[in-house]
Design a protein around this ligand. Sequence first.
Ligand SMILES: C[S@@+](CC[C@H](N)C(=O)[O-])C[C@H]1O[C@@H](n2cnc3c(N)ncnc32)[C@H](O)[C@@H]1O
Length: 238
Amino acid sequence: MESVTLSKRLKKAGEYVPKGAILADIGSDHAYLPINLVQIGHVQKAIAGEVVKGPYEHAHKEVEKRQLLGAIDIRLGDGLEVIKQTDHISAVSICGMGGGLIRDILDRGVKDDRLNGTERLILQPNVGEQLVRRWLVRQGYSIVSEAIVEENAKLYEFIVAEKKPDRPTPDYSERDMKYGVFLRKDCSSLFQKKWKQEIEKLQFVSQQLKKASIPDSSKIEEVERDIAEIKEVLTCQN
Ligand SMILES: C[S@@+](CC[C@H](N)C(=O)[O-])C[C@H]1O[C@@H](n2cnc3c(N)ncnc32)[C@H](O)[C@@H]1O
């Protein structure tokens, strides 16, 4: 049977899926993550959810050609509407989308009772990470792990969250939300690379703002404040 080799990014997502889990991979255009995890015997079974017909059909073909339709159910639908309580999902992965979209998918999932709070959430927003963290914290999740992975010169953040009913939600700070709870403390070289890139972008914005015929001083101050804050975080004293 043809095996699937995961990209570094999806491999990382797989590492966060608990052994023996029943996984729902939402936005599963090729179903590679579920296929790989079933092939290596890491998950019992999986659901691959996709909202667009073309990628859904692609995912179906990839699973079918490996004769894994018994272990991986490919479902066409919007976000978490493809799962139901009787699926007994224990892990949900949503990778490779914007943070706002991931947040909205999760939010609808909670409102429609698709999530019951026992699932581990493995989230990889391409942008807008703080939108995801803020939603998680508002909903009473604890952030249990974070990582940054570099692939093809791009940096990807992972946020892993769980509800801990026996423990109060940790008291997260603004900086935890913006920079990451663990990422900020670990202050790894990839974390530093990510935020140095952000400083460069902000410095460019600041220069452009200063060149305007009527410079917006409050906007310039805001950007300069953001740069100063990032520089302080990058001293890794937090
Ligand atoms: C960039 S791809 C990422 C695919 C894969 N998760 C990965 O990380 O490599 C995003 C996929 O999510 C799907 N998608 C976007 N919004 C969705 C939604 N609301 N529900 C399910 N799938 C969605 C898109 O159609 C697309 O196939």
